[in-house]
Design a protein around this ligand. Structure first.
Ligand SMILES: [Zn+2]
Length: 131
């Protein structure tokens, strides 16, 4: 059942991509859309102020297990997205998914298969995932 959503999304993207159908246009639109995600996040901090980003050197005590390390480290995000910022970021993330899927269509790849393979890889690698 869940794979139907991925399949429907991928086929809908396939049916509606016209202007950026070429692989090279798809590649650059994906890159642009990811920049727009980052811009929307930055505006949440610098324009709205609903969230703050705290960044500092990680001080990692010796002898921690990977599970303890995972619990120790945080995202650096303080506060909570307001409704406007959440909408803006979700919209930009949706656009990124659109262009990512369009790229996959151009290459004949399955969104569902790619996610399934990645899920299996993440489960197999556990905390060792995510270079
Ligand atoms: Zn906000």
């Amino acid at each position: 059942m869940k794979d139907l959503l991925f399949s429907e999304f991928q086929s809908t993207v396939q049916e509606n991509v016209i202007r950026h159908k070429s692989l090279i246009d798809g590649m650059t639109k994906l890159e642009e859309s990811v920049s727009r995600v980052n811009r929307a996040i930055a505006k949440s901090v610098t324009s709205c102020g609903c969230i703050q980003i705290v960044a500092e050197k990680h001080v990692i005590p010796e002898g921690l297990s990977l599970g303890q390390l995972r619990d120790l480290l945080d995202t650096g995000v303080r506060g909570q997205l307001c409704e406007n910022c959440q909408d803006a970021i979700e919209s930009e993330l949706g656009s990124s998914m659109y262009y990512l899927t369009s790229l996959m269509n151009a290459l004949g790849l399955s969104l569902y298969d790619c996610l399934l393979t990645e899920l299996q890889r993440v489960k197999a690698l556990g905390v060792f995932n995510g270079a």
